[in-house]
Design a protein around this ligand. Structure first.
Ligand code: ADP
Ligand code: ADP
Length: 228
């Protein structure tokens, strides 16, 4: 489903971020991109989201070459991709409900449809009883669950998450990883960037280690973690 062919990225200020990265991620995979700070993890995610353009190489999403899309095409592409950030990026003056509803309002869906889809999604992340709260009235773990609901409300085929557990303690981080696991089991391809390789490996099926913009290793894990 995702194919990176000889991707290079040098930022405008001359900072090199990725060198000759080639990678295939089949639909339905559950992958952690790991490596030290500065290894190029965020850059790789941002290229897939078309928030950056590669300096070299091609990126295919399905049959589609997304290397050089126009702004209008990028907006449409992003309806098929959910993105979750380390710092949640919720609208702090809007309610939980409004934060999750926003992508559907942008698509122009009617109120009734929006209401029932948002309510179901909030039930899915276990926050339907907090729908009128604002983000700052919630814990960090709850805020991230709202952000995941917002990312998934458009039923994207691909979910990208950049250090999604970076601001959470261990237990909450585990809960968020479990949520990604459930989302993946329902068929969405999930690609997470995390410096916390140990945490990720308890959940994901494949770990790709980046170092200084190169792929150091790409390991498919034998099986899902044991149930305990
Ligand atoms: P990671 O996510 O693994 O920490 P990044 O992709 O953020 O790595 O960064 C890779 C390299 O690119 C680093 O050297 C970083 O400083 C640089 N970099 C990242 N974003 C930018 C940017 N917007 N402008 C210039 N350099 C950047
Ligand atoms: P992360 O690794 O989680 O992306 P960073 O601190 O590397 O966190 O990046 C935070 C933001 O700063 C990103 O939007 C990135 O594009 C930008 N950034 C990172 N490194 C640089 C850099 N050397 N020059 C300019 N912008 C950068």
């Amino acid at each position: 489903m995702i194919q990176l062919c000889n991707i290079g990225k040098v930022y405008a200020n001359g900072a090199p971020a990725l060198h000759d990265v080639s990678l295939k991620i089949p639909a339905g995979d559950f992958v952690c991109l790991t490596g030290a700070s500065g290894a190029g993890k965020s850059t790789l995610l941002r290229l897939l989201y078309c928030a950056e353009r590669p300096s070299r190489g091609q990126i295919l999403l399905g049959e589609r070459n997304i290397t050089r899309l126009r702004p209008r095409q990028i907006a449409l592409l992003r309806r098929q991709i959910g993105f979750v950030f380390q710092d949640f990026k919720l609208l702090l003056k809007r309610s939980v409900f409004e934060n999750v509803a926003l992508p559907l309002q942008v698509q122009g869906l009617d109120r009734q449809t929006i209401h029932s889809r948002v309510y179901k999604m909030l039930q899915y992340v276990g926050l339907e009883y907090k729908l009128q709260r604002t983000p700052l009235e919630l814990s960090g773990g709850e805020q991230q669950r709202v952000a995941i609901a917002r990312a998934m409300i458009g039923q994207p085929r691909l979910l990208l998450a950049d250090e999604p557990t970076g601001n959470l303690d261990n237990e909450l981080a585990g809960e968020i990883m479990e949520m990604f696991e459930r989302i993946n089991l329902l068929g969405t391809t999930v690609l997470i960037a995390s410096h916390d390789r140990e945490l990720a490996q308890r959940f994901v099926r494949r770990t790709i280690v980046l170092k200084d913009g190169h792929i150091l290793s790409d390991q498919r894990l034998a099986q899902a973690r044991p149930q305990n």
